[in-house]
Structure formats: structure tokens, C-alpha cells
Design a protein around this ligand. Structure first.
Ligand SMILES: C[S@@+](CC[C@H](N)C(=O)[O-])C[C@H]1O[C@@H](n2cnc3c(N)ncnc32)[C@H](O)[C@@H]1O
Length: 260
């Protein structure tokens, strides 16, 4: 099954539109507050170094903007030119200085040890070569630098939730076909193994999940499909939060060891 990454070449300014497709709004309203809140807390608590941030697969800039508002010097990179245009315009409209570049995670156009922090969120399950992307993340991080990530676990539950309910079943589907391909989802142990091969030592894993029961979630998705709930309302109804449950989405951070 071929993943449909071309869809990100079609998104332009709709990244920031209130009525954007839920594929995008779910990132903005469900995922981004949870993951940025987690990264910020960990970076502060652990006194981890950091001023320069690279956001790999930055899309329209949801995460890049949070880091920029948090006072970091941010660079974002993505292969989708239209997404980058939207990201640049939104940053400039909001007086945020973010250096957006075109490129892929497999070949980052930065010299070794350029960044204190590299973030890569909701991207690893989309890339052509996971191992190459992780090796590039490790190469561009300074020793002691932090890799912040989130991605999707490859479990029967992620197949039901993100492939069947979200993409395949017309009664509830909200995502375009093949935006996610189950075989590309990554088990935490696999990610940890690839990271450790390149000197990225994982520190923690946390789940990203909903507080609602599955029937309530299905009812909300049906209401979205019928146009009875706005994107913001459905994001609120999903009540996505940080948790111990790694069965669908998970996040974490790793530190680049100095002995690579
Ligand atoms: C689900 S979106 C996530 C966007 C952003 N990180 C966020 O969470 O708001 C996936 C992004 O990954 C980008 N992408 C796909 N393949 C990539 C690759 N090989 N390297 C870097 N980015 C890639 C897409 O263009 C798209 O912007």
C-alpha cells in the first residue's frame, strides 16, 4: 500500500483555516497542545539545553510556531512547498521569525551538530526511510541535544482507529485514503532500537489518547461527518490528553549521546 504524502502538496493556507479538513485540524487542536505542553515541561524540568530548534516535517508550522512563541530560534523543513508558503505567511502575519526551508528528513541540509533540539511530530510514520531520517536527526543535533518526537504505534487498535474508522469506513471516515498506511506505523521498541543505533538515547515514552469512551468518540465522528460539529467542537469532544496508553499515538524524547 502506497502512502499518500502528495496530499501535503495540496494543502496551502488551509493549514490555518478554521474550516480546514479534520486531518489538519486534528493536528492543530488535538495533538499540538498535548505534545508541545509535554516537550516544554520536560525541557524545563530536566534543564535540558536548548535555544535552536529544527522542526522536521513542519507542515504549516503548528509546532514550529509554539517553539517560536516559547522564545526558541526555530527552523522548519518540509518537502511540501505549498505548506511552507502557508507556514511563512502565517508566521509573518503573527510577527514570528521562523526560517522555513524546503527539504526532506532523509537529507537535512544542515551541518553536523547545528541544533540543540530537533522535533519531528506526526512525520516518522510518513517518511520513505525511517532509519535515514533518524540518522539525519542525530547528525544535526549537538551532543547532549534533545530529539522530541511523536508518532503512531502499530497495534490492532491503531488499525481500527486510524485506518478502519478514520479512513476506510464511510460511516465515520474523516481522513482521505492512504494518508496513513498501517504497515508504516512504528512500534516503540522499533523506534528506540533505530534511535540507539545513531546515539539517540530514549528517555521516556508517553501516550497521546482520548479521555472519552469509544462509543462517545464514534458518535462525535458521526456528528462531524454529518456537519453537526465544527472542527474545534470535535477536538474538544475528543478530549485528547497525555497518558500512559501507548496503543495508538505516543511521544517521547531522546538525548544525543556524546560518544557516537
Ligand atoms: C501529518 S503532517 C505533520 C505536520 C506537522 N509536523 C504537524 O504535526 O503539524 C506530515 C508532514 O510530513 C511531511 N513529510 C512527508 N514526508 C516527509 C519526509 N520524508 N521528510 C520530512 N517531512 C516529510 C509532509 O509534507 C507533512 O507536512
Amino acid at each position: 500500500m502506497q502512502i499518500n504524502n502528495d496530499i501535503y502538496q495540496t494543502y496551502g493556507h488551509d493549514w490555518w483555516a478554521e474550516d480546514a479538513v479534520f486531518d489538519i485540524c486534528s493536528l492543530r487542536y488535538c495533538m499540538n497542545p498535548v505534545r508541545y505542553g509535554y516537550f516544554k515541561r520536560r525541557l524545563q524540568e530536566q534543564h535540558l539545553p536548548g535555544q535552536s530548534v529544527l522542526d522536521v516535517g513542519c507542515g504549516g508550522g503548528f509546532l514550529a510556531e509554539e517553539f517560536a512563541r516559547g522564545g526558541f530560534d526555530v527552523t522548519g523543513i518540509d518537502p511540501a512547498d505549498r505548506s511552507l508558503e502557508a507556514a511563512r505567511k502565517h508566521a509573518s502575519d503573527n510577527n514570528l521569525e521562523i526560517d522555513y526551508r524546503a527539504g526532506k528528513g532523509e537529507a537535512l541540509p544542515f551541518s553536523d551538530g547545528s541544533f540543540d533540539i530537533v522535533a519531528c511530530c506526526d512525520v516518522l510514520e510518513h517518511v520513505d526511510d525511517l532509519s535515514l531520517v533518524i540518522s539525519e536527526v542525530a547528525r544535526t543535533l549537538k551532543a547532549g541535544g534533545v530529539f522530541c518526537y511523536d508518532t503512531v504505534n502499530r497495534t490492532w487498535l491503531s488499525k481500527v482507529a486510524l485506518i478502519k474508522i478514520s479512513q476506510d469506513w464511510g460511516f465515520t471516515s474523516w481522513s482521505q485514503p492512504n494518508v496513513h498506511v498501517w504497515e508504516k506505523f512504528i512500534k516503540p521498541a522499533e523506534l528506540i532500537a533505530v534511535m540507539s543505533r545513531y546515539g539517540l538515547v530514549n528517555q521516556e515514552l508517553r501516550g497521546i489518547s482520548s479521555r472519552k469512551n469509544p462509543l462517545a468518540l464514534l458518535a462525535s465522528l458521526r456528528a462531524l461527518k454529518k456537519g453537526r460539529l465544527s472542527n474545534q467542537e470535535i477536538a474538544a469532544a475528543f478530549a485528547v490528553c497525555e497518558s500512559k496508553d501507548l496503543k495508538i499515538s505516543y511521544m517521547g524524547y531522546a538525548i544525543r549521546s556524546s560518544s557516537v
